[in-house]
Design a protein around this ligand. Structure first.
Ligand code: SF4
Length: 329
């Protein structure tokens, strides 16, 4: 008997998968890659899943589909920009499509009834199952005793008494079970989806408002200080060396790049959108604000459009704080 198991590297999904493994069912862990997994954590997440379940997870990309959901989620957003019900319907639908490839009979999730007000109440669980075509096929081992029986219980493959009745937001029961099952390597709930981060959500909302939603632009949202300097023009300034390097990796041919001239310490900045002389001057003044100028009042900025070979230099005064604040996203 086989089942696909929706796993992140969070405790709940790992517990759910392990409980069912212990019932003698072979599981196929599915890890869904959205544009909002923190990029630097992806390898770590996959490693954690492998360490706990001893099976390499299948990575399923839902990045492109996710962009469509974000534009107008049928079931709305949660507290920030997280369209959890639509996101789960998408994941469950993909899981259903993959079941036959793996010869799986049902789906396992780590959902806990009442844990999240939007997506883990009885009605939401029902809706997600129905809309994804998985009605009766989803087993939620952590709350199964509180829910109608799913296929593996009805068929007698798994006994309800071996499952749990966890409810609500407390993490205590899960922590106790983790000890029992010797699961001690997992990510905290906050380490997951960036859509639940208020700062990130604010920048994403601004991006959608300007109709600039794309995978490239979402990657950029994950680094730096963001400024809207004109209706279709943004400047992103690195906050440290690591971010400077990421920004340089994400640069496109039609972007502009700004950096301190020789002898000055400071970040790099990426300009995306249309630029004229005025916007170049403004960008130079913004990046200059983050230069280490000692006691000097002006800084020299090197800039160029990435496509162009020739670099230019502008000497500018740093922008004042009040103006800077009006441009910051
Ligand atoms: S928190 Fe993010 S990944 Fe999780 S269900 Fe919500 S939108 Fe999807």
């Amino acid at each position: 008997m086989k089942a696909v198991s929706l796993v992140s590297a969070g405790l709940d999904s790992l517990l759910a998968a392990r409980i069912i493994q212990n019932e003698g069912i072979k599981i196929i862990p599915l890890f869904f890659k959205t544009p909002f997994n923190p990029k630097d954590k992806l390898d770590k997440q996959l490693e954690i899943i492998y360490q706990n379940l001893r099976i390499k997870p299948e990575v399923v990309s839902i990045e492109e589909d996710f962009l469509e959901i974000l534009k107008k989620p049928c079931y709305g957003f949660g507290q920030n920009m997280n369209p959890c019900i639509d996101c789960k319907i998408l994941m469950f639908t993909k899981a259903k499509a993959l079941m036959s490839n793996f010869g799986a009979e049902f789906v396992i999730t780590g959902e806990v009834l009442g844990q999240r007000p939007m997506s883990q109440n009885r009605q939401a669980l029902k809706t997600i199952e129905k809309k994804s075509g998985l009605k009766g096929l989803v087993l939620r081992p952590l709350s199964a005793k509180l829910l109608p029986p799913a296929l593996p219980e009805n068929k007698g493959w798994i006994k309800k008494e071996n499952l749990f009745a966890f409810y609500g937001r407390s993490r205590k029961p899960q922590l106790g079970l983790a000890k029992q099952l010797r699961i001690n390597n997992y990510l905290t709930p906050a380490g997951g989806c960036l859509l639940t981060d208020p700062g990130f959500a604010k920048r994403l909302k601004e991006l959608i408002l300007h109709q600039e939603l794309s995978l490239d632009n979402i990657e950029l949202l994950k680094v730096g200080r963001h400024f809207r300097i004109f209706k279709d023009t943004k400047l992103i300034v690195g906050r440290n060396e690591k971010e400077n390097n990421i920004i340089l990796d994400l640069v496109r041919k039609d972007d502009h790049l700004f950096s301190p001239s020789q002898g000055i310490r400071g970040p790099v900045a990426l300009g995306r959108g249309s630029f004229n002389e005025g916007l170049i001057e403004l960008s130079c003044r913004i990046i200059c604000r983050y230069f280490d100028l000692d006691s000097k009042t002006k800084g020299r900025v090197v800039y160029k459009r990435v496509l162009d070979k020739k670099e230019k230099i502008k000497e500018v005064t740093p922008i004042d704080e009040d103006t800077l604040l009006t441009l910051r996203i």
